[in-house]
Design a protein around this ligand. Structure first.
Ligand code: A2P
Length: 276
Protein backbone atom coordinates (compact mmCIF):
# COMPACT_ATOMS: atom_id res chain seq x y z
CA UNK A 1 0.00 0.00 0.00
CA UNK A 2 1.30 3.48 -0.87
CA UNK A 3 2.43 5.63 2.05
CA UNK A 4 -0.26 8.14 1.08
CA UNK A 5 -2.93 5.56 1.95
CA UNK A 6 -1.27 4.39 5.15
CA UNK A 7 -2.19 5.56 8.63
CA UNK A 8 -0.73 5.86 12.11
CA UNK A 9 -2.87 5.17 15.18
CA UNK A 10 -3.21 7.91 17.82
CA UNK A 11 -3.27 7.20 21.56
CA UNK A 12 -7.09 7.04 21.56
CA UNK A 13 -7.29 4.58 18.66
CA UNK A 14 -8.11 7.17 15.99
CA UNK A 15 -6.31 6.63 12.68
CA UNK A 16 -4.41 9.50 11.07
CA UNK A 17 -3.11 9.38 7.47
CA UNK A 18 0.69 9.45 7.35
CA UNK A 19 0.94 12.41 4.97
CA UNK A 20 -1.15 15.50 5.55
CA UNK A 21 -1.70 18.46 3.24
CA UNK A 22 -0.67 21.69 4.94
CA UNK A 23 -2.44 24.96 4.15
CA UNK A 24 -0.45 27.52 6.16
CA UNK A 25 0.38 30.55 4.00
CA UNK A 26 -2.03 29.49 1.26
CA UNK A 27 -4.31 32.43 0.55
CA UNK A 28 -7.96 32.06 1.55
CA UNK A 29 -10.43 31.83 -1.32
CA UNK A 30 -9.55 30.43 -4.71
CA UNK A 31 -5.93 29.50 -3.93
CA UNK A 32 -6.85 27.37 -0.93
CA UNK A 33 -9.93 25.92 -2.57
CA UNK A 34 -7.94 24.85 -5.65
CA UNK A 35 -4.96 23.50 -3.69
CA UNK A 36 -7.10 21.44 -1.30
CA UNK A 37 -9.30 20.20 -4.15
CA UNK A 38 -6.20 19.08 -6.06
CA UNK A 39 -4.76 17.43 -2.96
CA UNK A 40 -7.97 15.46 -2.44
CA UNK A 41 -8.10 14.58 -6.13
CA UNK A 42 -4.59 13.16 -5.90
CA UNK A 43 -5.25 11.03 -2.87
CA UNK A 44 -4.47 13.11 0.21
CA UNK A 45 -6.96 12.25 2.95
CA UNK A 46 -5.55 14.47 5.67
CA UNK A 47 -5.93 18.24 5.51
CA UNK A 48 -4.45 20.65 8.05
CA UNK A 49 -5.84 24.14 8.55
CA UNK A 50 -6.19 26.66 11.39
CA UNK A 51 -8.39 29.55 12.38
CA UNK A 52 -5.20 31.62 12.21
CA UNK A 53 -4.67 30.80 8.52
CA UNK A 54 -8.03 32.42 7.70
CA UNK A 55 -8.67 29.77 5.09
CA UNK A 56 -10.96 27.36 6.98
CA UNK A 57 -13.93 28.37 4.85
CA UNK A 58 -12.17 27.45 1.60
CA UNK A 59 -10.81 24.22 3.11
CA UNK A 60 -14.31 23.22 4.25
CA UNK A 61 -15.79 24.05 0.85
CA UNK A 62 -13.18 21.93 -0.93
CA UNK A 63 -13.75 19.02 1.46
CA UNK A 64 -17.53 19.24 1.02
CA UNK A 65 -17.36 19.62 -2.77
CA UNK A 66 -14.90 16.74 -3.19
CA UNK A 67 -17.62 14.11 -3.12
CA UNK A 68 -15.39 12.01 -0.86
CA UNK A 69 -17.28 10.64 2.17
CA UNK A 70 -16.56 12.85 5.18
CA UNK A 71 -15.33 9.92 7.28
CA UNK A 72 -12.56 9.24 4.75
CA UNK A 73 -10.95 12.65 5.27
CA UNK A 74 -9.01 13.60 8.38
CA UNK A 75 -9.43 17.33 9.04
CA UNK A 76 -7.42 19.27 11.61
CA UNK A 77 -7.91 22.82 12.80
CA UNK A 78 -6.35 24.87 15.56
CA UNK A 79 -7.40 27.12 18.40
CA UNK A 80 -5.93 30.57 17.82
CA UNK A 81 -2.81 31.19 19.86
CA UNK A 82 -4.19 34.12 21.87
CA UNK A 83 -7.29 32.30 23.16
CA UNK A 84 -6.39 31.15 26.63
CA UNK A 85 -9.71 30.79 28.43
CA UNK A 86 -12.50 28.21 28.67
CA UNK A 87 -15.41 30.16 27.16
CA UNK A 88 -13.24 31.69 24.46
CA UNK A 89 -12.08 28.23 23.39
CA UNK A 90 -15.65 26.90 23.18
CA UNK A 91 -16.69 29.88 21.07
CA UNK A 92 -13.64 29.59 18.83
CA UNK A 93 -14.44 25.93 18.17
CA UNK A 94 -17.99 26.85 17.15
CA UNK A 95 -16.60 29.50 14.83
CA UNK A 96 -14.18 27.02 13.28
CA UNK A 97 -17.01 24.55 12.69
CA UNK A 98 -19.17 27.28 11.14
CA UNK A 99 -16.35 28.31 8.83
CA UNK A 100 -15.58 24.73 7.82
CA UNK A 101 -19.24 23.81 7.45
CA UNK A 102 -18.54 20.33 8.82
CA UNK A 103 -20.38 18.33 11.50
CA UNK A 104 -17.28 17.21 13.31
CA UNK A 105 -13.54 17.73 13.30
CA UNK A 106 -10.94 14.97 13.43
CA UNK A 107 -8.34 16.89 15.39
CA UNK A 108 -8.43 20.20 17.26
CA UNK A 109 -5.17 21.49 18.73
CA UNK A 110 -3.95 24.55 20.63
CA UNK A 111 -1.97 26.43 18.00
CA UNK A 112 0.80 27.59 20.33
CA UNK A 113 1.53 27.79 24.07
CA UNK A 114 1.58 31.59 23.84
CA UNK A 115 0.07 34.26 21.58
CA UNK A 116 2.22 34.76 18.47
CA UNK A 117 2.56 38.40 19.48
CA UNK A 118 4.00 37.40 22.88
CA UNK A 119 6.11 34.35 22.14
CA UNK A 120 7.57 32.83 25.29
CA UNK A 121 5.00 34.35 27.66
CA UNK A 122 3.94 32.03 30.49
CA UNK A 123 0.33 31.10 29.71
CA UNK A 124 0.26 27.91 31.82
CA UNK A 125 -3.05 28.73 33.46
CA UNK A 126 -4.69 29.80 30.20
CA UNK A 127 -3.49 26.70 28.37
CA UNK A 128 -5.12 24.52 31.02
CA UNK A 129 -8.41 26.46 30.74
CA UNK A 130 -8.40 26.24 26.93
CA UNK A 131 -7.49 22.56 27.01
CA UNK A 132 -10.29 21.81 29.50
CA UNK A 133 -12.74 23.32 27.00
CA UNK A 134 -11.27 21.07 24.33
CA UNK A 135 -11.69 18.06 26.61
CA UNK A 136 -15.37 18.93 26.94
CA UNK A 137 -15.73 19.32 23.17
CA UNK A 138 -14.01 15.94 22.77
CA UNK A 139 -16.43 14.35 25.23
CA UNK A 140 -19.34 15.81 23.24
CA UNK A 141 -18.13 13.86 20.18
CA UNK A 142 -17.69 16.92 17.94
CA UNK A 143 -13.96 16.26 17.68
CA UNK A 144 -12.29 12.84 17.43
CA UNK A 145 -8.98 13.84 19.01
CA UNK A 146 -7.41 16.83 20.75
CA UNK A 147 -3.85 17.98 21.12
CA UNK A 148 -1.34 20.79 21.02
CA UNK A 149 1.11 22.47 18.69
CA UNK A 150 4.49 24.10 19.24
CA UNK A 151 4.43 22.82 22.85
CA UNK A 152 7.70 22.14 24.68
CA UNK A 153 7.96 19.25 27.16
CA UNK A 154 7.26 21.64 30.07
CA UNK A 155 4.19 23.09 28.30
CA UNK A 156 2.88 19.55 27.91
CA UNK A 157 3.79 18.60 31.48
CA UNK A 158 1.51 21.44 32.61
CA UNK A 159 -1.39 19.93 30.64
CA UNK A 160 -0.70 16.41 31.93
CA UNK A 161 -0.63 17.66 35.52
CA UNK A 162 -3.85 19.66 35.41
CA UNK A 163 -5.97 18.01 32.73
CA UNK A 164 -7.51 14.61 32.19
CA UNK A 165 -6.86 13.63 28.57
CA UNK A 166 -3.34 13.08 27.28
CA UNK A 167 -2.94 15.12 24.08
CA UNK A 168 -3.09 12.85 21.02
CA UNK A 169 -0.72 15.03 19.00
CA UNK A 170 1.95 17.69 19.24
CA UNK A 171 2.39 19.42 15.88
CA UNK A 172 5.85 20.96 15.63
CA UNK A 173 8.14 22.50 13.06
CA UNK A 174 10.26 19.49 12.20
CA UNK A 175 12.49 18.97 9.18
CA UNK A 176 16.03 17.96 8.29
CA UNK A 177 18.50 20.10 10.22
CA UNK A 178 16.36 21.24 13.14
CA UNK A 179 16.96 19.62 16.53
CA UNK A 180 13.63 18.57 18.01
CA UNK A 181 15.02 15.52 19.80
CA UNK A 182 14.03 16.61 23.33
CA UNK A 183 10.41 17.25 22.39
CA UNK A 184 10.18 14.12 20.26
CA UNK A 185 11.68 11.84 22.94
CA UNK A 186 9.40 13.34 25.58
CA UNK A 187 6.27 13.00 23.42
CA UNK A 188 7.11 9.42 22.43
CA UNK A 189 7.43 8.51 26.10
CA UNK A 190 4.00 9.98 26.84
CA UNK A 191 2.30 8.45 23.78
CA UNK A 192 1.89 11.80 22.04
CA UNK A 193 2.18 11.60 18.26
CA UNK A 194 4.38 14.08 16.36
CA UNK A 195 3.15 15.89 13.28
CA UNK A 196 5.81 17.75 11.31
CA UNK A 197 4.92 21.10 9.80
CA UNK A 198 7.20 22.85 7.29
CA UNK A 199 8.74 19.50 6.25
CA UNK A 200 10.64 21.27 3.46
CA UNK A 201 11.84 24.02 5.79
CA UNK A 202 9.26 26.20 3.97
CA UNK A 203 11.14 25.35 0.79
CA UNK A 204 14.63 26.44 1.85
CA UNK A 205 15.88 22.87 2.35
CA UNK A 206 15.41 22.11 -1.31
CA UNK A 207 18.63 23.90 -2.25
CA UNK A 208 20.71 22.08 0.33
CA UNK A 209 23.59 20.40 -1.56
CA UNK A 210 23.67 17.32 0.68
CA UNK A 211 19.95 16.75 0.29
CA UNK A 212 20.29 17.30 -3.45
CA UNK A 213 23.03 14.65 -3.63
CA UNK A 214 20.96 12.12 -1.71
CA UNK A 215 17.97 12.90 -3.95
CA UNK A 216 20.09 12.30 -7.05
CA UNK A 217 21.17 8.92 -5.71
CA UNK A 218 17.55 7.81 -5.23
CA UNK A 219 16.45 9.49 -8.46
CA UNK A 220 13.82 11.53 -6.66
CA UNK A 221 13.34 15.24 -5.97
CA UNK A 222 14.84 16.89 -2.84
CA UNK A 223 11.29 17.46 -1.54
CA UNK A 224 10.66 13.72 -1.63
CA UNK A 225 13.81 13.08 0.44
CA UNK A 226 12.65 15.63 3.02
CA UNK A 227 9.21 14.05 3.27
CA UNK A 228 10.42 10.44 3.26
CA UNK A 229 12.95 11.29 6.01
CA UNK A 230 10.12 12.41 8.30
CA UNK A 231 8.06 9.30 7.52
CA UNK A 232 11.05 7.14 8.48
CA UNK A 233 11.25 9.12 11.75
CA UNK A 234 7.68 7.93 12.45
CA UNK A 235 6.07 11.34 12.12
CA UNK A 236 3.36 12.76 9.86
CA UNK A 237 4.76 15.43 7.51
CA UNK A 238 2.40 18.18 6.34
CA UNK A 239 3.86 19.44 3.06
CA UNK A 240 2.04 22.17 1.19
CA UNK A 241 2.09 23.44 -2.34
CA UNK A 242 -0.16 25.33 -4.70
CA UNK A 243 1.24 23.56 -7.79
CA UNK A 244 -0.34 20.34 -9.01
CA UNK A 245 2.93 18.69 -10.06
CA UNK A 246 4.42 19.33 -6.64
CA UNK A 247 1.24 18.31 -4.82
CA UNK A 248 1.58 14.97 -6.62
CA UNK A 249 5.37 14.76 -6.24
CA UNK A 250 5.07 15.16 -2.47
CA UNK A 251 2.99 11.98 -2.28
CA UNK A 252 5.45 9.80 -4.18
CA UNK A 253 7.58 8.68 -1.31
CA UNK A 254 7.39 4.91 -1.64
CA UNK A 255 11.11 4.29 -1.47
CA UNK A 256 13.39 3.63 1.49
CA UNK A 257 16.32 5.83 2.49
CA UNK A 258 18.97 3.44 3.81
CA UNK A 259 20.50 3.82 7.29
CA UNK A 260 23.74 5.32 5.99
CA UNK A 261 21.88 8.00 4.06
CA UNK A 262 19.56 8.69 7.01
CA UNK A 263 22.73 9.27 9.06
CA UNK A 264 24.01 11.69 6.40
CA UNK A 265 20.72 13.58 6.54
CA UNK A 266 20.84 13.52 10.37
CA UNK A 267 24.24 15.19 10.22
CA UNK A 268 22.80 18.29 8.52
CA UNK A 269 22.47 20.95 11.22
CA UNK A 270 20.73 24.29 11.33
CA UNK A 271 17.34 25.81 10.71
CA UNK A 272 17.17 27.05 7.11
CA UNK A 273 13.91 28.92 7.54
CA UNK A 274 14.00 32.63 6.86
CA UNK A 275 10.84 34.01 8.34
CA UNK A 276 9.62 37.02 6.43
P1 A2P B 1 4.65 26.26 -3.98
O1 A2P B 1 3.36 26.44 -3.22
O2 A2P B 1 4.93 27.39 -4.92
O3 A2P B 1 4.78 24.90 -4.62
P2 A2P B 1 6.82 23.59 3.62
O4 A2P B 1 5.79 22.54 3.32
O5 A2P B 1 8.05 23.09 4.26
O6 A2P B 1 6.25 24.74 4.41
O7 A2P B 1 7.29 24.19 2.20
C1 A2P B 1 6.38 24.89 1.38
C2 A2P B 1 7.11 25.62 0.30
O8 A2P B 1 7.79 24.69 -0.53
C3 A2P B 1 6.20 26.40 -0.57
O9 A2P B 1 6.85 27.60 -0.90
C4 A2P B 1 6.01 25.53 -1.82
O10 A2P B 1 5.86 26.38 -2.92
C5 A2P B 1 7.32 24.78 -1.89
N1 A2P B 1 7.18 23.39 -2.37
C6 A2P B 1 6.29 22.48 -1.96
N2 A2P B 1 6.48 21.29 -2.55
C7 A2P B 1 7.52 21.45 -3.40
C8 A2P B 1 8.20 20.60 -4.30
N3 A2P B 1 7.85 19.33 -4.45
N4 A2P B 1 9.23 21.12 -5.01
C9 A2P B 1 9.60 22.42 -4.88
N5 A2P B 1 9.00 23.28 -4.03
C10 A2P B 1 7.96 22.80 -3.29
Amino acid sequence: MKVLSQTYVLNNGVKIPKIGFGTWQIKPGDDTYKAVSLALKHGYRHIDTAEGYQNEKSVGQAVRDSGIPREEIFVTSKLESHIKDYEGALQAFDKTMDELGLDYLDLFIIHAPWPWSEMGKDCSEGNVLAYKAMEDIYKSGRVKAIGVSNFSPSDIENILTHCEIVPAVNQIGYFIGIDQSKTITYCKDKGIFIEAYSPLGIGYLLDNPVIRDVAKKYEVAPAQICIRYLIQKGTAPLPKSTHEVRIIQNTEVDFVINDDDMAILDSIKGDPRRWS
